[in-house]
Write a protein that binds this ligand. Structure first.
Ligand code: NAD
Ligand code: HP7
Length: 312
């Protein structure tokens, strides 16, 4: 049984980590959040310690190190994106491996910095990249791998996860804290596209706003017109009013809807990490490089055939 700490325990995604820790047969030893609305712990791990101040959490974690039976094996991180880097470094320096939410960090330079801390501490960082465990995506990857090597797929990717007004009022709507919608939400599908279609060759941004973004990405095995939005008005008519999300990949007219099947993927991610097959800094580099370019690119008018229909 491994001992876990959880940073950001009061948030939206934290219960999926708590469940993953429990369902993989491990112990949530200590949780920490600056917000004390963490009653959810009682339904998953009522014996866990809880702190609302980093200083007390850190001191407690050091005391646990005195006894090999209580020392932390993993620190899981569900804090806002801009805090991932310092929280990861703290977890590694506590002598634990780290499991951190996406986007791991905003820039490739910070990946280099974390690689140094990995070296200094001898511990590892793992990133939750759960689309790599999604059944529909794994099947698509097999299909692409089985196709003739010189075939390049034409892909239209539409990724709409609608959010209410709260989103813009929260840290997620503040680009200094979330790094903007393309980084906060797009990072999933940039990683997935690389996982399925290989190395990125071109990256052009056609539109970039606070609630949506669009562009063109060319990979070894695909040409991708993409559109991302958190605005419910962008949901296709068939979905509007019925479901808040629409995640679809259209490959040469064949549509793959992959909105379902997400809730258990954190547990799968944990299982893989614990079995020594987790995704580390090197695996995260591609999507971090992609979002770093998209975040800083000047949108341009798209070439014919490269623009997503929701933009044109
Ligand atoms: P959230 O705002 O609901 O939760 C964040 C939590 O962090 C809050 O409880 C907040 O009080 C806490 N926090 C803020 N500052 C802190 C600090 N200094 N120390 C400790 N805790 C602090 O956000 P969320 O949706 O749970 O997102 C958390 C992370 O998970 C983000 O990195 C986000 O990108 C990621 N996320 C991933 C997925 C996914 O599908 N993999 C889904 C949602 C969120
Ligand atoms: N929801 C909340 O109640 N609170 C939240 O903070 C977020 C959602 P989905 P996930 O918005 O920051 C996606 O769209 O898949 C509600 C991204 N992950 O399925 O869980 C929401 O209103 C994630 O990286 O959300 O998360 C719906 O009613 C990103 O950080 C319901 O939960 C997160 O949005 C389900 O909403 C975000 C993926 O796209 C895989």
């Amino acid at each position: 049984m491994k001992n876990f700490a959880l940073i950001g325990a009061a948030g939206y995604i934290a219960p999926r980590h708590m469940r993953a820790i429990k369902d993989t047969g491990n112990r949530l030893s200590v949780a920490y959040d600056i917000n004390d609305s963490v009653g959810i712990i009682d339904s998953i791990s009522p014996q866990s310690e809880f702190f609302t101040e980093f200083e007390h959490f850190y001191e407690h974690a050091h005391q646990l190190k005195r006894n090999p039976a209580t020392a932390l094996d993993y620190v899981a991180i569900c804090s806002p994106n801009y805090l991932h880097h310092p929280h990861i470094a703290a977890g590694l320096r506590l002598g634990a491996d780290v499991i951190c939410e996406k986007p791991l960090v905003p820039t490739p330079e910070l990946l280099d910095e974390l690689a140094l801390v990995e070296k200094e501490t001898g511990r590892r960082v793992y990133n939750i990249l759960q689309l790599r465990h999604h059944d529909a995506i794994l099947k698509l990857r097999e299909k692409v791998a089985a196709a003739p090597a010189d075939r390049k797929f034409d892909v239209e990717l539409t990724y709409i996860t609608s959010r209410g007004k709260w989103y813009m009022e929260s840290w997620k709507g503040d680009p200094r804290k979330s790094f903007g919608v393309a980084t906060n939400i797009g990072v999933h599908f940039y990683d997935m596209l690389h996982f399925v279609f290989g190395q990125l060759q071109r990256n052009v941004v056609h539109y970039s706003g606070e609630s949506k973004a669009a562009g063109y990405l060319e990979y070894e095995r695909a040409r991708v017109r993409w559109f991302l939005s958190i605005d419910a008005n962008d949901l296709p008519d068939a979905v509007k009013g019925k479901k808040p999300t629409f995640r679809s990949i259209d490959i040469s007219g064949e549509q793959l809807e992959f909105s379902e099947g997400f809730t258990e993927l954190h547990t799968t991610s944990y299982r893989e990490i614990l079995a020594g097959r987790g995704y580390g800094l090197a695996d995260a580099r591609h999507c971090i490089e992609t979002v770093n370019v998209i975040r800083t690119a000047q949108p341009v008018r798209g070439a014919a055939g490269e623009v997503h229909p929701f933009v044109a």
